[in-house]
Design a protein. Structure first.
Length: 71
């Protein structure tokens, strides 16, 4: 459960623009490519919240962009 709670916390911090908390969670080892129960990654949450500083940070620490299917 604790791991899922940390992922949810990371998603919230990315969405609401709390860069210091995002960095802390990443330093604690929370996976920047984790997908929450809502189907969003931290990068998705930061983009939806229009938090470009967090988007840039996540990309710099290995967050991967999702590619839409071309089917």
């Amino acid at each position: 459960m604790e791991k899922e709670e940390k992922i949810w916390e990371l998603l919230e911090m990315c969405y609401y623009g709390h860069i210091d908390q995002v960095k802390r969670l990443v330093e604690e080892g929370v996976n920047v490519n984790a997908i929450g129960d809502n189907g969003m990654s931290p990068l998705d949450a930061a983009k939806e919240g229009e938090n470009n500083e967090i988007v840039d940070y996540l990309l710099s620490v290995g967050a991967e962009e999702k590619l839409d299917s071309l089917d």
